[in-house]
Every structure is written in structure tokens, then in C-alpha cells.
Design a protein around this ligand. Structure first.
Ligand SMILES: Cc1cc2nc3c(=O)[nH]c(=O)nc-3n(C[C@H](O)[C@H](O)[C@H](O)COP(=O)(O)O)c2cc1C
Length: 190
């Protein structure tokens, strides 16, 4: 797999900010069934090995689930304050929910692997309201695939265009676009 140059740049940005947990917070904008734009903060949870797909997770009960199922087109905005870099990552999200995980072995394995990377408290959010009236203590981290709650969804963002901006003097800006399966980079002069 030949990665686009944006991918190496992003790896560097993450490395520079590796001691800052907030550097993994991203803003994801999508459009709902009525055409309304919605934006929210999510946690970036890595890449699928040997691919450009960024991993995030969400709950099937959230508004974004319906919105993205209806319209996969999204833009993710990511600012690294330490290195003063912004990435605007445009692309399509594939949601892996309990249904399509049952239809594809790859999806099922991805859903299980990403679930295991969540901390016990992150996992606990997916049980919210499911066990009303039961013990409210946080569970231990759960690793058995059959215990993954149906509410748990993985979102894979496949980028098609990345707009990179470095706030330096002078500013640097590059657009990376995928054309015929190959990444091209174009410097942008203001
Ligand atoms: C720092 C931070 C991290 C968050 N991480 C996630 C996340 O990884 N997944 C998620 O679904 N919501 C996350 N949220 C909550 C979302 O921002 C949002 O409020 C929630 O998902 C409902 O969004 P929706 O109504 O657009 O679906 C996070 C919020 C904050 C402030």
C-alpha cells in the first residue's frame, strides 16, 4: 500500500502531539436527512492497518448514525495546537453496525478488534440505558465478542480529499486528492 503524503504528515503531527490526549479529538461534520449540517467532537482511534481508513466509534442511538447511514459524505476537521496544523479531511464514512458485521467476516473482525481497544469506561457508555434498574457500577473491560452491545458501531472514514494548512510564516497549504486510485498533492498559494 502506497500512502499519500498527507498520511505521513498526519503520522508526524500525531507523533509531535503524542503526549497530548486532546490531540486525538476531531470535529466531524455530516448532513442529516433534512439537509441540516451537524458537527461534533469525536475521538480518533487510529487507522485500519495498511489502509487510509480512519477509525472512530459511535452509538447506534445517536443522531449521527441515521444521518451518516443516509449520507456518507462528511468532513473531519482536526487542529494540532502544538504544531499549529489543521487537516480538513473530506470523505465517506462506512458504519459497521451489528447488522453488517454479521454479513461480513472482515467487518465482524474489525468491530471486535476496535471494541477491545476501548477502556472499560468507554465501553460502559454503550450499555447506558440498556440495563436500567440494574447495577450501575462500571463493568470490567469486556473482551468476549458475544457481549459487545448492539449499540456499538465503528465508523471508518475513507478520505477522498485532504486540505492541510500549517500556520507558519509564510503559511503552507496543500490539497491532497485521490484521482484514479492515486494520491496527488497540490500546493495552494493564497
Ligand atoms: C472530547 C469529546 C470526545 C467525544 N468522543 C466521542 C466519540 O468518540 N464518539 C461519539 O459518538 N461521541 C463522542 N463525543 C460526544 C459527541 O460530541 C456528541 O455529543 C454525541 O456523539 C452526539 O452527537 P450526535 O447527536 O451528532 O450523534 C465526544 C464529545 C467530546 C466533548
Amino acid at each position: 500500500m502506497i500512502y499519500g503524503s498527507w498520511r505521513q504528515r498526519l503520522a508526524r503531527s500525531l507523533h509531535t502531539s503524542r503526549s497530548k490526549p486532546h490531540a486525538r479529538f476531531v470535529q466531524l461534520a455530516s448532513v442529516d436527512v433534512n439537509g441540516k449540517v451537524q458537527n461534533r467532537t469525536l475521538v480518533y482511534r487510529g487507522f485500519i492497518d495498511d489502509s487510509d481508513a480512519l477509525i472512530m466509534v459511535t452509538d447506534r442511538r445517536s443522531d449521527k448514525y441515521e444521518a451518516i447511514k443516509n449520507n456518507q459524505q462528511v468532513e473531519l476537521c482536526w487542529y494540532f495546537d502544538k504544531s499549529r496544523e489543521q487537516y480538513r479531511i473530506n470523505g465517506l464514512i462506512n458504519i459497521i453496525d451489528v447488522q453488517n458485521a454479521q454479513l461480513s467476516q472482515t467487518n465482524q473482525v474489525t468491530r471486535e478488534q476496535v471494541w477491545k481497544t476501548l477502556s472499560a469506561s468507554a465501553q460502559a457508555q454503550f450499555y447506558w440505558y440498556l440495563n436500567e434498574g440494574k447495577d450501575n457500577n462500571l463493568p470490567e473491560q469486556i473482551t468476549e465478542p458475544e457481549l459487545i452491545p448492539d449499540t456499538f458501531c465503528v465508523m471508518l472514514l475513507l478520505p477522498t480529499e485532504i486540505d492541510y494548512l500549517l500556520l507558519a510564516d509564510p503559511q503552507q497549504r496543500f490539497i491532497n486528492k485521490k484521482t484514479n486510485g492515486k494520491w496527488q498533492e497540490l500546493p495552494i498559494k493564497p
